[in-house]
Structures are given as structure tokens and as C-alpha cells.
Write a protein that binds this ligand. Structure first.
Ligand code: PLP
Length: 475
């Protein structure tokens, strides 16, 4: 009886999918005819069918043609516990059978949302005792904008509206998310950013650190924040937002001096600090939250992705005591919320996902075992003639493709961007069973945290093979 409580459908469903045959061309025709994909130039596809993913297990995916692919990107930086976790599908099924939906408006709550809020308070730094749930990371960042403005209004400083962010940051695709982000291509469409959001440079040592040590550069790059605060007027600045490690911008790992200096500057001017941990949270850098690794003391933390390992959508904001106290004790009703804030099914998935992360010691593994191993194996790729620089932080890593190497990283000769060497390399990866993303000529990975040492070896060998193919191509 499939309706009996506790019935496990997931494993048989996966077994059936293993045997299923697909008409790829028909799926592709339907896709082209009807499905408008996110961040996709449909015209440029020129009618060429896109790849159809049908199944996932552990760190691997299978497409409709039966090809096996090593997913170096955890889907979209989210499948932290890997694919095919029956206990998550079971938790979701059980919750759907019991209470598929109820909202948290109008003085009501639901069990998984309460339990998850308490669990998040337990695993985050002690000053985070409250959480606001959303359906995505973008909605989390929209929530941040409304929260920090409300906070300063309540403190009698309504002029503090400006939020400072960084060029090349990614904070989502809603109007506020895309405005907080610093992607030129996004700002160019639709008249963004919205007012009162301004940007400073990103802490990219490769891009801007010439003539400095990484540590000197970290302090210098943080200094751009102070310059911007003084330019805008300190009494007008509400908050600074940043990803501890910029993800979509190309895995920009800041020098160790950067965040402590940013923190000092925020403290000096009384400005709120928002850590966008949508990618970095839930173990990716070897801590529950990367803020802990980088010496940040954020007032708000945006989360999504890894909270459910992407099995179902969920996001939110961890609200630190400084903000929570003012909003709760002085604010009355906060006129903000989503139908799916605290969705019971999503929260049930998150609780099981966090249980898996804990029981398998994944955060500790990334910190002390597989993370350092990945760092070592990935760094070895720098001996490849195409690789000018390779670095990593826990389970995010990137390498830069260069035309000719010099002794100092700032002297490498770069490729003509028009050659799109990164995309050539990505094509080889895709064609050879490896998903690695290209941001310009920087190739990046963020693999599932369950990846073993043997699988890291397998991945590094695949990457090296595809680098060889790329090298042969462009010679
Ligand atoms: N913030 C960061 C750092 C992200 O990487 C993303 C998505 O990639 C977002 C926010 C937006 O999250 P979502 O796509 O769930 O809205």
C-alpha cells in the first residue's frame, strides 16, 4: 500500500530509473519549444539539444543517454550530502503524508519549522538564536534588505539605508538580490541596481594585488570599504554584505587579513555585517558557517542550498541578537514573509540533511581529512602548462588557465578573452564525464562533501585529462 505511513518509495523509484530508456531527441524538442531556462541564451544554442539529466547517486549523475558524470559542482553548489539519500526522501514523504503544508502566519507554527529553527540556533555561532525562513537565497537577501532598513528605522536612524556590496558578487536574481550582486551583465538588464545599493572592488589578489603580498592586499582591499563609507557618509550606511568566499564570481578566496579588517571597519562605523553563506554554509569550508573560519562576526547570515542539500527549496536568514532584539522587542509586526516561509516539507528535509551531515562527520572531514587532501591534490594541477594558479578552501576550489606562465602570478600571460578558453575546457569536461564550471578562464569546482579520497583522485585525473585536451586544442 503506497499510502501506508513510512512506506519507502525512493529506492524502488531509483532502481526503476536505472532501467528506464529515454527518447532524448523528443525531450530536447519539447525543452526547446517550451522551457525557458535560467541564465541561458536559447538562440545561441542554435537548436542544439541540451543535456537531459535523469538520475543521481552519490557524487555521480546519469544523463538520458546513459552517460555517467562526476558532479564537481554539487548541482548548483548545493547537493552537499550527495544524490540518492533515501532517508531524505523518506522524511519528505512522511511529512507530506502528515502535514504537507501549513503556514507560520497568524500565530501558528509547524513542528519541522520549530525543530529546524532550534537546530540552526544550535549549530550556528551562539549569538544566532533566531531564524527567518524563505524559499530561496534570493528571498533571504531581499529579507536582509528589509530587515536592516527596519532595524535602523526602529533605532531612529532612517537615513541609514545604503548597503555596500562588491563587484562580481552574486546574491541572487530578485530585484534586491541582483542589485546587491555586482554582476554587470545582470545590472545591464532592467535598470539595476535599485537605489541605495553601491559596490566596491572584490578581494581578488590575482586581479588587483600586483606589488603586494596577499596579506597586504587583504588589508588594502578591505580599505575600499572605509573609502566608500566616507564617500557615502557613515550616517547613511546600513550594512555591508559579502560572501565569505565569492562563489559564482569565480571562487574568489580572500587573503586571511581581509575579513578581520572588514569586521574592524564595520565595528568602527557601527555598520551591520551580512554574511551571504548560501554557498559557504553547511560544511563547505570545513565549518558549519565560513564566517567562523574567516574571523567574521556577522549580524545576519543568509543561507539556502546546503541547508537541504537542494533536495527541496529552502532558504532564510539567521538573525543575530543585535538585530533580533530590536526587531522583536521594539518592532511590533514585521510586515514581511512568504507563503513558504517555514514550509514543513522543506524543513523536514533540512532536519534529515543536517542529521546526515552530523552523523557522517562531514564538516570535520572537510576540515581535517578530505578538504586538506583536495587542497593538496588540486594544488598539484598548477604544474600543468595551462594552469597559472590553483587554490582552494575546504570543498571549493578554482584554477586559472593562462597562455604562458611567469615566475610571479601577476606576470602570467593571459588568453585573449574572445578565445573563450574556459568554455573550451568546460566543453571537454562535459564531454568526458566531469562537471566543472568556467568563469572566464577560471575553472571552478564545489564537489559534494561526501566525496572520498579515491573519488578526489578520480576527479583530479579527469580534470588533468581535460586540461591536456584543452591544451592540445589551443596550440
Ligand atoms: N547568494 C549566493 C552567494 C548564491 O550563490 C546564490 C545562488 O547561487 C544566491 C544567493 C541565490 O540563491 P537562490 O538561487 O536560491 O535564490
Amino acid at each position: 500500500n503506497p499510502n501506508a505511513p513510512g512506506t519507502v518509495l525512493a529506492a524502488p523509484a531509483r532502481a526503476a530509473a536505472r532501467a528506464e530508456k529515454f527518447d532524448t531527441a523528443a525531450i530536447q524538442r519539447q525543452d526547446t519549444a517550451h522551457y525557458m531556462h535560467p541564465f541561458t541564451d536559447h538562440q545561441a544554442l542554435g537548436g542544439k539539444g541540451v543535456r537531459v539529466m535523469v538520475r543521481g547517486e552519490g557524487i555521480y549523475l546519469w544523463d538520458s543517454e546513459g552517460n555517467k558524470v562526476l558532479d564537481g559542482m554539487s548541482g548548483l553548489w548545493c547537493v552537499n550530502v550527495g544524490y540518492g539519500r533515501t532517508s531524505i526522501s523518506q522524511a519528505v514523504y512522511k511529512q507530506m503524508e502528515t502535514l504537507p503544508f501549513y503556514n507560520s502566519f497568524f500565530n501558528t507554527t509547524n513542528l519541522p519549522a520549530v525543530q529546524l529553527a532550534a537546530k540552526l540556533a544550535e549549530i550556528s555561532p551562539p549569538r544566532f538564536q533566531h531564524v527567518f525562513f524563505t524559499g530561496s537565497g534570493s528571498e533571504g537577501n531581499d529579507t536582509n534588505v528589509r530587515m536592516v532598513r527596519r532595524y535602523w528605522d526602529l533605532l531612529g536612524q532612517p537615513a541609514r539605508k545604503v548597503i555596500i556590496s562588491r563587484h562580481n558578487a552574486y546574491h541572487g536574481s530578485t530585484m534586491a538580490g541582483a542589485s546587491l550582486g555586482g554582476m554587470d551583465g545582470m545590472h545591464a538588464q532592467g535598470g539595476l541596481p535599485i537605489p541605495d545599493i553601491v559596490h566596491i572592488g572584490q578581494p581578488s589578489y590575482l586581479e588587483s594585488g600586483r606589488g603586494m603580498t596577499p596579506d597586504e592586499f587583504g588589508v588594502a582591499a578591505a580599505g575600499w570599504l572605509e573609502q566608500k563609507i566616507l564617500e557615502v557618509g557613515a550616517d547613511k550606511v546600513a550594512a555591508f554584505i559579502g560572501e565569505p568566499v565569492q562563489g559564482a564570481g569565480g571562487v574568489i578566496i580572500p587573503p586571511a587579513t581581509y575579513w578581520p579588517e572588514i569586521q574592524r571597519i564595520c565595528d568602527k562605523y557601527g555598520i551591520l555585517l551580512i554574511a551571504d553563506e548560501v554557498i559557504c554554509g553547511f560544511g563547505r569550508t570545513g565549518r558549519w558557517f565560513a564566517s567562523e573560519l574567516f574571523g567574521m562576526r556577522p549580524d545576519l547570515i543568509t543561507f539556502a542550498k546546503g541547508v537541504t542539500s537542494g533536495y527541496v527549496p529552502l532558504g532564510g536568514v539567521l538573525v543575530g541578537d543585535r538585530v533580533a532584539r530590536v526587531l522583536i522587542e521594539q518592532g511590533g509586526e514585521f510586515n514581511h514573509g512568504f507563503t513558504y516561509s517555514g514550509h514543513p516539507v522543506a524543513c523536514a528535509a533540512a532536519l534529515e540533511n543536517i542529521r546526515i551531515i552530523e552523523s557522517e562527520g562531514l564538516v570535520d572531514r572537510v576540515a581535517n581529512d578530505t578538504g586538506p587532501y583536495l587542497e593538496r591534490r588540486f594544488a598539484e594541477l598548477a604544474d600543468h602548462p595551462l594552469v597559472g594558479y590553483a587554490d582552494s578552501c575546504g570543498f571549493v576550489a578554482g584554477l586559472n588557465l593562462v597562455k604562458a606562465k611567469a615566475a610571479a602570478v601577476h606576470d602570467h600571460e593571459l588568453f585573449d578573452p574572445a578565445l573563450e578558453v574556459g568554455m573550451v575546457c568546460r566543453g571537454h569536461m562535459f564531454g568526458n564525464g566531469m562537471i566543472m564550471r568556467a568563469v572566464g578562464d577560471r575553472m571552478i569546482i564545489a564537489p559534494p562533501l561526501v566525496m572520498t579520497r579515491a573519488q578526489i583522485d578520480e576527479m583530479v585525473a579527469l580534470i588533468r585529462h581535460c586540461l591536456d585536451l584543452t591544451h592540445a586544442d589551443i596550440k
